[in-house]
Design a protein around this ligand. Sequence first.
Ligand code: ADP
Ligand code: MG
Length: 651
Amino acid sequence: MEERGSPDGDLARSLEQGPEGPETPIQVVLRVRPMSAAELRRGQQSVLHCSGTRTLQVSPPGGGPEVAFRFGAVLDAARTQEDVFRACGVRRLGELALRGFSCTVFTFGQTGSGKTYTLTGPPPQGEGVPVPPSLAGIMQRTFAWLLDRVQHLGAPVTLRASYLEIYNEQVRDLLSLGSPRPLPVRWNKTQGFYVEQLRVVEFRSLEALMELLQTGLSRRRSSAHTLNQASSRSHALLTLYISHQTAQQMPPVDPGTPPVGGKLCFVDLAGSEKVAATGSRGELMLEANSINRSLLALGHCISLLLDPQRKQSHIPFRDSKLTKLLADSLGGRGVTLMVACVSPSAQCLPETLSTLRYASRAQRVTTRPQNPKSAVAKQPQRLETEMLQLQEENRRLQFQLDQMDCKASGLSGARVAWAQRNLYGMLQEFMLENERLRKEKSQLQNSQDLARNEQRILAQQVHALERRLLSASYRHQQGPGLTPPCPCLMAPAPPCHALPPVYSCPCCRICPLCRVPLAHWACLPREHHLPQVLDPEASGGRPPSARPPPWAPPCSPGSAKCPRERSHSDWTQTRVLAEMLMEEEVVPSAPPMPVRPPKTSPGLRGGAGVPNLAQRLEALRDQIGSSLRRGRSQPPCSEGARSPGQVLSPR
Ligand code: ADP
Ligand code: MG
C-alpha cells in the first residue's frame, strides 16, 4: 500500500488524470547521509535535523536563524537502503516505464554526500566482489523489482540496457566491446537528443543485468580526494529500455539510434566540488572544472525552466552533454525523480545549503509526461492512413506467403524479414547514391562557373590583342589610297576594311573590332574589291590565299625576303589569324566537359571553349611578337617610320 503523502502516491494521483493530464512536477526526495568516522573524529557537528517525514531544518553553528526546507520525502541518516528504495517513488516510475513513458531518476549533491551510495551502494571491496544485498542501492533493488514484475505480466517484454559516462565532456560507452571511444550526441525530432552508436544490450535475467552494471561500474572513472576516497569523476547514465514486442515484431530502426518504447534511466551525477576543499590538482582539477561546468549548465537550465515567462522560450540544453541528455527529463515529456543527497557535517554547510536551494527549485520544474500511444494519436492523418495501408499490405503479403507451399513453417516469416531488410538496405543505398550525385552536381556546377570565368577573361584578352595586332598592321602599311578610318575605339583607328578583301565584303557584316555595322564609306566599293580578288595581274598570278593581306608589313627595299617571296606557311598562318578575327565573338557557354571531341581543330572554332581561346591567344601573341621583330629589323618603307613601341602601343 502507498504511504499517504509519499512521492509514489503524489505522482500516481497526478498521472491518473491521464497521459495528457496536467504538468507533473519533478519529484524531489532528500537523503541525509550519516556522519562519517573521519568527521566524527574531527569533532564536527551535525547541522541538519528532520522534522516529520517531509521537512528538514538547518541550524547553522553559532546560533544563526534556522532554515526549513520541504520535500516530497526527507530520509535521515537512520534510514536503510531498503527504506530509501521504498520511500523514494522509484517503483511508480518503473510502472510508468512499463506503460511506455520515459522516466529518469537522478542523484544530485556535493561530492561525498552519498549519491553513488544511494544508487548503487558502497564501492566494491574488490574485483568481482558484489555489494552485500543489504547495502544494495536503488538501482539493484529496482532491477530485481522490475524483472519480477515483468515475469508476472504474462505478456512478452523485451528488456535492453545501455550504460554510458560523460567524462570531461566526452560521452564514453561503458558497455562497449573494445575500449570506450568518444561517441557523438545527436538530435532528431522524434527522439530528441540521443547518443549515436551506443551499445544496447538485451538481457533476460537479473544476473545478466547485474553483470552489465558491474562491468560499467568497474570501467567508470573514479579517483580519491580529501572528501571522498572513491569519488566518481564522471556523470553515469544507465538506461533500461522496455518494449512490449518481441525482437521479431520490432520494426527495423537505424542501428545508430536507441530503441523506442518505455525507458527508465538512472543518472549518477558527479558531485559539485570546491577545488580548494577537495585539494584537486592537475588532472583532478581539470575533471572538477568540467564537472562543475556541466552542473552549472544544469542549474542554469533549471532556473530558466522555473521562470514561467521563459519556459516557453529557449532553454540552453545544448550548453553541455549532460543537459542535452537530461533535456527530456527536465523540460520535456518524461517523468523525473531527483534524489538530493547532503552531508550533515557543519563543515559542508555552504554546499549543503546550495544543494537544498537547488533541489527546492527543481521540485517546482514541471514536465508534461507523454505516453507514446498519445504521440501516435497526434500523428497527421496522412501518416496514419499510410500506416494502415502498409499494415494491410503486410497482412496481404503475409497471407500470400503462407499460402505458398513452404516446407518449413518458419520460412515465410524469415522471408518477410529478409524482404524488409532488403528494402531498407535498398532505400539506404538510394539515399547514399542521391547524396553522392548531389555532391557531384555541385562540383560540376563549380567547375563550369570557373571555366566560364576563364573563358570570359581569355575572350577579353584575345579581343584586346586583336585590336593591337590590327592597329600595328595598319600603322605599318599607312600610305596613299587608304579609306577613311573606322570611328571605332582605336586611335588612330585602322580602317574597318583592313580586313582581308579576299573574304566577303565587310559592308555586309559588322565590324569585328567595334562591332557596329560597317557603313559604305568605311569600305572600298564592291567593284573595287572584285578586281583585287579576281584579277590575276593584280594578284601577281597567285591564288588569293597566297597574296599578302593589306595589314601585312610592306616590303622594305633592302629586304632580302619580300612578302611576295614569303613561304606559303607564313601566309597560311596569317590567313588563319584573319579567319579567327572574322569569326563571331566567342560566347562563353561551352560546357566544362564536352560529350565528344570537336571534329575541327579547336584553334579554328569560336565558342569551342577555353582551350580554343587559349590557342587563339597564343597565336595572336606569336603574331604580335613576329610583327614586332619585323618592325625592328625592317622599318616600314612608308615615310615617317615609327618605333616598335609606337607601333604596338595599344592606343
Ligand atoms: P558521492 O557519490 O556523492 O560523491 P559516495 O556515494 O561515493 O559520494 O559516498 C561517499 C562515502 O560516504 C562513501 O564511502 C560511502 O560509502 C559513504 N556513504 C555515503 N552515504 C552513506 C550512507 N547513507 N550510509 C553509509 N555510508 C555512506
Ligand atoms: Mg559518486
